[in-house]
Design a protein around this ligand. Structure first.
Ligand code: GUN
Length: 293
């Protein structure tokens, strides 16, 4: 029997509809959730991600204060813009799309965003809260994966969760979330230094792959019946497509679906959830300005 395909697009649509309902309620109380997405330069993948984020903002009835800046923008200029947005009480979320051009320090920029408006959950204050289990903004992709698992009815308690990839955006926060009592999984993190990757992935009840490389996981590396979550978004040249490329994940989907119990497709799996959680975080930030009133 082939794996059940986890329809991230459909689950994200449900989350977004709930957020849109809450936005209408908040608007009646005089608060319009507002997010500023900042894009520097024109990296094609970033342009595409930013346009998806802005579209979702509008659809949820939120205010879009996004700023598109040329590649030549200096770090000082960008920090100046962030400071203005930090001090503007009508802005609830600030997101700087990564990667940034090499002349701008991603660390300096991430650290400059007010933790109260850091809807990406990348600021060290929010990272610290994630580590210690305090309430803070959670990074959108890992948080979206927890929602996918919950809404699909995939149990995490006592399960072996193997995360492939140790990035600050996905791998590390994903592992930390799964470690929380709420999810209660036994967590293993694999990375480019891992020897015999398949020995680890074959033990996974839930395998989360965020290596950034196509075919990192093939069918023979998956335990029969496991849930496979593919975070990869790789552009493969394809002259038969108008865009000139097609997207593929980090997992060999065609092979994997014959072995796995559940699997996320690329596109249409994790990606839409990232955006849904971003507007959810923006809503939460706007709510916090009411101070529990
Ligand atoms: N680049 C790739 N993923 C992300 C993300 O979740 N947030 C930001 N700001 N940049 C990214």
């Amino acid at each position: 029997m082939e794996a059940t395909i986890i329809d991230g697009k459909e689950i994200a649509a449900r989350v977004k509809a709930d957020v849109a309902d809450s936005v209408s309620t908040l608007k009646k109380r005089g608060v319009v959730p507002c997010l500023a997405v900042i894009l520097v330069g024109n990296n094609p993948a970033s342009v595409s991600y930013v346009s998806g984020k802005r579209k979702a903002l509008c659809e949820a009835g939120m205010e879009d204060r996004s700023i598109e800046l040329p590649e030549s923008t200096t770090e000082q200029e960008l920090l100046g813009i962030i400071e203005k947005l930090n001090n503007d009480s009508s802005v609830h979320g600030i997101l700087v799309q990564l990667p940034l051009p090499p002349h701008i320090s991603e660390k300096a920029v991430t650290d400059a965003i007010s933790p109260a408006k850091d809807v990406d959950g990348f600021h060290p204050v929010n990272v610290g809260k994630l580590v210690s289990g305090e309430k803070g903004f959670l990074p959108c992709t890992p948080n979206g994966i927890t929602v996918l698992l919950k809404k699909t009815g995939i149990e995490t308690d006592g399960k072996n969760v193997v995360v492939v990839g140790r990035s600050n955006i996905v791998g590390k926060p994903m592992a930390l979330l799964m470690l929380r009592k709420e999810f209660n999984a036994t967590v293993t993190i694999c990375h480019t230094g891992t020897k015999n990757l398949a020995d680890f992935t074959r033990r996974a009840d839930i395998l989360i792959v965020a290596s950034g490389r196509p075919n990192t996981v093939t069918a023979d590396m998956i335990k029969p019946g496991a849930a496979v979550i593919d975070v990869g978004v790789n552009r493969i040249p394809d002259s038969s497509r108008k865009s000139g490329f097609r997207l593929c994940g980090d997992v060999d989907f065609e092979g994997a679906k014959k072995v796995a119990g559940f699997i996320t497709p690329v596109p249409g799996g994790v990606g839409p959830m990232t955006i849904a959680m971003l507007i959810f975080n923006t809503l939460e930030s706007a709510r916090q300005t009411l101070g529990g009133k």
